[in-house]
Design a binder for this molecule. Sequence first.
Ligand code: GLN
Length: 474
Amino acid sequence: MRKYYSLKDIKNDIREGIIDCAQLVDHYLKNIKDKAYLNAFLEVYEDEARQQALLVDEKLRTGKAGKLAGMVIGIKDVLCYKDHSLQCSSRILNNFKSQFTATAVQRLIDEDVIIIGRINCDEFAMGSSNENSAFGPVKNEIDPERVPGGSSGGSAVAVQAGLCLAALGTDTGGSVRQPAAFCGIIGLKPTYSRISRYGLTAYASSFDTIGILTTDVYDNALLLELMAGKDEYDSSVSRNPVPEYSNKLEFKDKAKIAYIKETLEDPRIDKGIKEKIKNVLDFLKSEGHNVEAIEYPHLDFVLPTYYILTTAEASSNLSRYDGVRYGYRSPNTMDLQSMYKKSRSEGFGEEVQRRILLGTFILSASYYDAYYTKAQKVRRIIRDKTLEILEKYDFIALPTTPTTAFKIGEVKKPLDMYFEDLLTVQASVAGIPAVSIPVGRDKKNLPIGFQLMGGYFEEANLLAFSKYILENYN
Ligand code: GLN
């Protein structure tokens, strides 16, 4: 069976009688086995997916199939799926099973999506390389010695390597866009609150979004439109009406694009990446779009603001894993105190512990104002300044990442790893939507991501413009 890059092609071939869902699922199951060395899946729902495929095939025959009939997806191991294991790639959730299904996942099931498995990621979605998983790193298919990015690295590789058609990830500070860039696929982080967080394991609640990884813009738009919208289980989700994104993908206007001068001058950003992004911008200019350089002197403050606020939120969110009610409990404990301590020390990996400690420090009485309160104020400034730009321009364009995919084990210091998020956290701190699209490769043949940010709830425009670039550039 050939490799499929879009639901449209799959649906077409189903209609023509060339394939059916049962064969499609077998095809993906075989790919998953053949490419087990990539370590993308933590669990494969082999029997279930096969059964679901038969059901969908039956529905297709009787004309009762939902919009996602023919789509096989994988879900990041931070999303609840009733009666299925959920581990957040952490030992602390050993033997834990979800008691309910995330709203976003349920909405896709209702449209006859086939879920083929649970996908590896950085522990509790903390990381930029997928090396923080308790179940081993995920490998980039383009070069298995290299990381796929993180934290949704497994999701990106599953799509990149054709182990499923699309995947759900989560993006708190870039975890969908950065792996998409490293793997040469499309990654969308919607506006904060666009998709319900019910059933998404909390990392930093005021940043967390469910994101979508695909090879096709239409598929991305369709998944967004089906998952987005109000939900009685999440009081923070937006009640804004959900546009039919998949029907709004023609971009006919001339766009006004701002690019942040600093990001194309910064010596810390790879030369090859800067050149490529300039090249895309030149192309857009030559097509009659308005492309202007702007200054954003706040760039240097975005990363510290992000890491102060997210570690603070994480320390609070992760306090629930205490070995008492569920998950891992250390067998070597004598009393209550040592049970908490040992369960958490043995259950959480190094990076998660580092962030809990940092966050606890930040929230401690004597430092709260110096760090937490201050970072909240800076967050407001970053957001306001970003929105000011977006009042004048349709999009802000910048590279997705400062480097291309690096080697496994190459980035050792935590601060160097945090630096990988330099260009993705602005959208997260501001809560605006952003997308990464593949625009080519560097000299080492590694993919480069082009990032676009848009105003609140401007996903339709973002996706339409992404499609325009993908179809016209190169
Ligand atoms: N790399 C960032 C971090 O480690 C982003 C993670 C994410 O978006 N989940 O926090």
